[in-house]
Design a protein around this ligand. Structure first.
Ligand code: SF4
Length: 192
């Protein structure tokens, strides 16, 4: 009997928690598969877990996570309405950028499969690394807040909440870009 997408996503999360496919497994406390609604219309994707996420095994659970929650609330959404994850599921040591090999092996093994199963209407990338994972040639400073259609998928590039935390101007920009999400989603729902 074929297993349903929710069960399959739960199985992927279990596999991630014990994954040793790249060396990022060596320094992690917890892998962070992602959390939220397994049938979400919107998936938010950051680059990789930070210190708090590594401790708790939950994405965006530190200060930048609180800001993300505020932004979600501003458009009438809660974490349970969306799915939140990262390109790599284990924290790079010292918060360094994930290496190209780490991103490729993790994303092709897990993220791609998660996205296939959730099949969101919209992927919101958080930060330039997440944006460039999907659409390499775009500059986030030029396209943030502007929907993109690439490889048959709709994207909205946003700045990373961690960047906006200590920069008032960036925070305002992120808040304004967030406000485009409901209309964008509504338009995508009508065209689906
Ligand atoms: S980062 Fe991804 S591929 Fe590397 S060990 Fe963690 S789950 Fe596995």
């Amino acid at each position: 009997m074929a297993i349903d997408s929710v069960t399959e996503l739960q199985n992927i999360a279990s596999t991630i928690r014990t994954c040793t496919l790249c060396t990022l497994c060596e320094g992690r406390t917890n892998a962070v598969p992602g959390s939220g609604n397994l049938k979400a219309e919107i998936v938010f994707i950051g680059e990789g877990p930070g210190k708090n996420e590594d401790v708790h095994g939950v994405p965006f659970c530190g200060a930048s996570g609180k800001l993300l929650d505020q932004m979600l609330l501003s458009i009438g959404l809660a974490r349970d309405d969306v799915f939140i994850t990262n390109i790599v599921k284990c924290r790079p040591p010292g918060n360094r950028d994930p290496l190209p090999f780490e991103k490729v092996v993790c994303a092709t093994t897990y993220l791609d499969h998660q996205l296939d199963l959730i099949n969101p209407k919209l992927i919101v990338t958080l930060g330039r690394h997440a944006l460039n994972h999907f659409i390499p040639d775009l500059k986030i400073s030029e396209v943030h807040g502007h929907a993109q259609f690439h490889n048959n998928q709709h994207f909205l590039p946003l700045y990373h909440p961690a960047v906006a935390l200590y920069n008032g101007g960036m925070k305002t920009t992120l808040a304004e870009d967030f406000l485009t999400i409901p209309t964008l989603l509504q338009n995508l729902t009508q065209t689906h």
